[in-house]
Ligand binder design. Structure first.
Ligand code: MG
Length: 284
């Protein structure tokens, strides 16, 4: 099942995606309705209240709140870890490929949906970069979860573009400021429930900028796989339903080029993952 948050004619809601239509499940604020579905308090297989053409709506980020917890993983594909380490922008600077997962946060306030403008002009340093990523959505309260039980905690999967100001990421040492500029968190286009995904490691990610392929990788290439990430995080912190974990970006980001190829007004970003869809956003 695919679940989408949407807005049409000034009204928001939560819907099941069925082909090129939305089967509306809830009218009103979509975040609380999504959380209710994740927690099993409402039935996402219920009959549609009404149907809308997908083309007629604006998709919103499929998150439980604009205060959602977003945990991200840095340097989690080998080739990207090397390109970042060698780029001059890696303020962690200690090791090329990490020996423990590198975890950082992004604020929920940066989330935007498919099609929303990413405002590169908010970065005074002009060093905006893209990072196509697989994201997972936690399905239940998770504490001290072992590798073998990790997938039981996952409600579904979506796509994240971890848009970053490289200069701010470097300048402030900690990455939060450089990663959390308003609109720097495209998420979507929807959540695909884990039962529909099957073997997540077989998924393939493709990022295009203005139609040019920049990133291409299999989820199987992660340095720290999804069970390891969940085991590591929940060893000491409690994950909540609706928490988002962005699993890291593969090689091919703008700073992997010499000179770096930063985003500029008019660029179009597209991140696709097999079995999920395409998250496209214009840069302004
Ligand atoms: Mg990232």
């Amino acid at each position: 099942m695919k679940l989408a948050a949407f807005e049409v004619d000034g009204r928001t809601g939560l819907a099941r995606v069925e082909g090129d239509e939305l089967a509306v499940l809830h009218e009103g604020e979509p975040g609380a309705a999504l959380l209710s579905v994740i927690e099993g308090r409402s039935d996402a297989t219920a009959p549609a209240l009404r149907r809308i053409r997908l083309d007629d709506v604006r998709l919103l980020p499929p998150a439980v709140s604009s205060r959602a917890t977003i945990l991200c993983v840095g340097k989690n594909y080998h080739a990207h870890a090397k390109e970042f380490f060698g780029s001059g922008f890696d303020s962690t600077g200690r090791e090329e490929v990490p020996t423990q997962p590198v975890i950082f946060g992004k604020t929920g306030s940066c989330l935007v949906g498919k099609g929303a403008e990413v405002r590169a002009s908010l970065d005074p340093t002009g060093s905006v970069d893209y990072e196509g990523e697989l994201a997972l959505v936690i399905g239940k309260k998770a504490q001290q979860v072992s590798r073998k039980d990790a997938y039981d905690c996952i409600f579904g999967y979506t796509i994240f573009n971890d848009v970053t100001s490289r200069e701010l990421q470097k300048r402030h040492n900690q990455w939060l400021i450089g990663k959390s500029l308003d609109t720097f968190g495209p998420l979507g286009p929807w959540i695909v429930t884990s039962d529909e995904i099957g073997d997540v490691s077989a998924l393939e990610l493709l990022t295009k900028i203005n139609g040019e392929v920049r990133q291409q990788a299999k989820v199987a290439d992660l340095v720290f796989d999804i069970p390891t990430l969940i085991e590591t995080l929940t060893a000491t912190m409690t994950l909540q339903p609706g928490d988002i974990i962005a699993t890291g970006t593969p090689a091919g980001v703008g700073i992997g080029f010499q000179p770096p190829r930063f985003l500029k007004k008019g660029d179009r970003m597209e991140v696709s993952i097999s079995g999920i869809g395409t998250l496209s956003n214009p840069v302004v």
